[in-house]
Design a binder for this molecule. Structure first.
Ligand code: ZN
Length: 519
């Protein structure tokens, strides 16, 4: 079924402009997979004309099969005075080989004159030439009208002429962008109405959150007929960010009753938000509407049962609808069913009647309390569940390890030794590395490969460290998130300790164990 409102995710492009966000190619691919699985129909992967990392992303994305999403490459119109077929940036856009191309162009005469330094007519020609050229190449073209609302207020005739140039050249969607993010909902709806009446093409909306109205402004456009909405997970983006998809999606679905993502996805919204925060290495915003950890927190002090009854009268929705939970209820049913759902997803035959469920739940809560997060480390969760269910003997045990570092002149070198037990046999290996984790990873791998040659293909693809707040006044804990891959799939594992090497080893061991025991 076609959704009434099409969601377009630009976390990987506009979102990556946010301060402190620096996605690797592997990060981008993992986020794209997650957003695809969530059921968002468009994913903008990046701007191939702006940096080699995005070129590399599209190169790798060519081999991925997405279930719901069509991938979009972002770029701008041809340069002034250059034939479109000779424009290098447009060539790179095509080389991304995406089904969708999103093209940004100027609406505001001020920008045409002062930034592009060209004539109003040449700007219109740049728009129509580029849109037509891409349509001729069989692309689905989304036209992003930059500074659209500012431009319209400055000169309505010219703004309209730019949108019409895109429509007449065959653009599939004309997206109105509040690039500076300073407009009010009334202004957005008024100008969107004009576009709706003057154009026949589908209208999109792209808003920024500079005055805290990113979501409100997008909704203002939706209410007067825009049917395509661009935003980012957790509202990432330059300055104060973009329209937050983790807010706007549940508003569309639950408050406005407009379909936008598969109904079953809504319960995974909180998980999606936390997953993207983890990969981006951003601190989770606990006060974020819908998905924040305190979004449904109630102060305790009353008997838990009473709170449970009362809580509903203090909540605008049932938190489990968006996969969140009421925080006063530590051992609530939602937590239980979440774990069942997750375990089933990971391939375990488990129901709410499985006797070990209670132990699993307690262990997960205990670990989360210590600082573990499983949203981006599902492989660690799978290893944990397997241990409690005692499905199989553990494939190996790490009996002992030692890591040392020495400096010789200008070069430093780390060395790790590790003792591993597999059944009745033991292996003792030594490896060197540029850093302690690298040495430890090599030593562990060398020890295990003798018993499990299939681990040869397993590679550590990413490594992230987060220092956790220490409320107790003792040494700060470190959480390590490791992403491993075997060329076909990738998985995440987590470790937490006051000692970064110990935390890393936990995550490494989980990764190897998962590689050996997964379904
Ligand atoms: Zn933007």
């Amino acid at each position: 079924m076609k959704p009434e409102i099409e969601i377009y995710d630009t976390t990987l492009r506009d979102g990556s402009q946010g301060e402190g966000i620096n996605f690797s190619v592997a990060d981008k691919l993992r986020i794209a997979e997650k957003i695809d699985a969530f059921g968002i129909p468009y994913i903008e992967g990046g701007w191939p004309g702006s940096n080699p990392k995005d070129v590399e992303f599209f190169e790798q994305a060519k081999h991925k099969k997405f279930k719901h999403a069509r991938l979009a490459a972002f770029g701008s119109t041809r340069r002034k005075g250059v034939p479109v077929e000779e424009d290098e940036q447009v060539r790179l856009l095509l080389a991304a080989e995406t089904p969708v191309i999103t093209l940004v162009a100027k609406t505001w005469l001020l920008h045409v004159k002062e930034v592009l330094r060209t004539t109003p007519d040449e700007n219109l020609a740049m728009i129509s030439d580029t849109v037509r050229f891409l349509k001729d190449q069989g692309k689905f073209v989304i036209y992003d009208a930059e500074h659209c609302f500012d431009g319209y207020q400055d000169n309505p005739e010219y703004a309209l002429a730019t949108w019409q140039a895109a429509e007449n050249a065959g653009a599939d969607i004309v997206t109105l962008c509040d690039t500076n993010g300073g407009r009010l909902p009334g202004e957005i709806s008024e100008i969107t109405k004009v576009a709706r009446n003057k154009l026949t093409v589908k209208i999109g909306i792209h808003t920024h959150n500079d005055i805290g109205l990113g979501v409100a402004n997008a909704l203002a456009a939706i209410e007067v007929g825009a049917t395509h909405l661009q935003g980012t997970i957790n509202g990432y983006g330059e300055r104060t960010g973009n329209c937050n998809l983790t807010s706007v999606i549940p508003i569309l679905a639950l408050k406005l009753k407009k379909s936008c993502v598969p109904e079953s996805s809504l319960a995974k919204l909180t998980e999606l938000s936390q997953f993207v925060d983890e990969i981006a290495n951003m601190r989770h915003d606990s006060r974020q509407p819908w998905v924040g950890s305190t979004a449904f927190a109630h102060k305790g002090g009353i008997h838990v049962n009473a709170v449970q009854k009362l809580a509903q009268s203090y909540e605008h929705i049932d938190p489990s609808v968006v996969g969140n939970r009421r925080t006063v209820l530590i051992s609530d049913l939602a937590g239980r069913s979440n774990v069942v759902m997750k375990a089933q997803e990971l391939g375990f035959k488990i129901t709410s009647d499985t006797p070990e469920l209670k132990t699993i739940l307690e262990r997960v809560k205990e670990l989360e309390h210590q600082g573990y997060e499983f949203e981006a480390a599902e492989a660690s969760l799978a290893v944990l569940i397997r241990k409690i269910l005692k499905h199989r003997d553990l494939p190996f045990d790490v009996n002992a390890y030692h890591v040392s570092m020495r400096r010789n002149g200008h070069t430093s070198m780390c060395e790790a030794t590790i003792k591993v037990q597999v059944g009745h046999e033991a292996a003792h290996t030594v490896a060197e590395g540029d850093g302690p984790i690298n040495a430890l990873d090599s030593a562990l791998r060398a020890a295990l490969i003798k018993f499990y040659p299939q681990l040869e293909k397993v590679r550590l693809t990413d490594y992230k460290v987060r220092i956790l707040d220490s409320g107790t006044g003792t040494a700060a804990r470190t959480r390590v998130l490791i992403i491993s891959g075997d060329g076909k799939t990738e998985w995440g594992t987590v470790g937490v300790s006051e000692n970064i090497i110990e935390a890393s080893l936990q995550a490494l061991v989980d990764s190897m164990e998962y590689a050996l025991t997964r379904h």
